[in-house]
Design a protein around this ligand. Structure first.
Ligand code: DGL
Length: 270
């Protein structure tokens, strides 16, 4: 049994870490498409084809269930994959829905009609491709009414994090938060809609101020995955070993990943 976790680069490691803490005995196969990161500046067709290749690679590792730990892929490719491509014995799940269920105070998998919720003003921080897809607003509209979402496209942040340039990443986060606050001065909640951003969560919180509740995906996705696997134990797949694979330079990605997660991570080439 193994579950696949995919991201364009290092960001999905925040989800992998949370899943590992939640289910330490579950083997996880991680794939980073570092050769093609960032996805956030690509068009939807490009993201769709790259994501399909990565998911197929994780199926080869015995992962019947693959988590797209990438908002950009979840936003630009998941619906199209689910509608026309994924075979009936496989599942591919994204990272938006657990976040929106938490924001709208729903139980995991509650598909009842949209209703009024406590939160009214929400700031969304994400990549340019995620923002322009409006996938977050679409998924939210299925579950809640009367919520105003102001989205801020955070150009440059993923590149700075991938390059390990925390100083640049912090400066960019602060400038994107200021831009958002000019459009929506008093958000009640902020969504970190990119799996790279939890690494900058303290900076987002500091720039937004203490009254804003910051939602980040890693632990929410881990909790909802645990619930899903309880309900669908057959989706754990046949793979037995945890591994990290990349389309990039394995040695370089291992060093970056070790810095990113602050524990030793060794990648192999795809
Ligand atoms: N971690 C990906 C996400 O959640 C980063 C996207 C990118 O490669 O630009 O959107």
């Amino acid at each position: 049994m193994a579950v696949g976790i995919f991201d364009s680069g290092l960001g999905g490691l925040t989800v992998l870490d949370a899943v590992h803490h939640r289910m330490p005995d579950l083997p996880l196969a991680y794939m980073g498409d570092n050769a093609h990161a960032p996805y956030g500046v690509r068009d939807a067709d490009d993201v769709y084809h790259l994501t399909k290749n990565a998911v197929e690679r994780l199926w080869q590792e015995g992962c019947d269930l693959v988590i797209l730990a990438c908002n950009t892929a979840s936003a630009a490719a998941l619906r199209r994959m689910q509608e026309s491509w994924i075979p009936s014995d496989k599942r591919v799940l994204g990272v938006f829905v657990p976040l929106i269920e938490a924001l709208t105070e729903r139980q995991w998998g509650d598909n009842s009609p949209p209703r009024e919720v406590a939160v009214k003003n929400v700031a969304l921080f994400a990549t340019p491709a995620t923002v322009s897809s409006r996938a977050f607003q679409r998924e939210l509209a299925f579950r809640a009414i009367g919520v105003d979402v102001e989205a801020q496209s955070c150009g440059g942040v993923v590149d700075a994090i991938e390059e390990g340039d925390k100083i640049l990443a912090e400066a960019l986060v602060r400038s994107h938060v200021s831009a958002l606050l000019r459009k929506m001065p008093n958000p009640q909640a902020a969504i970190l809609g990119c799996t790279h951003y939890p690494i900058m969560q303290d900076i987002f919180q500091d720039a937004l101020g203490p009254s804003v509740k910051v939602f980040s995906q890693a632990s929410l996705v881990a909790d909802s995955l645990a619930d899903y696997l309880d309900r669908h134990p057959n989706m754990k797949g046949s793979g037995q070993v945890s591994k990290f694979i990349t389309t990039g330079d394995a040695e370089q990605v291992s060093v970056q990943a070790t810095t990113f997660l602050r524990r030793k991570i060794v990648f192999d080439t795809v």
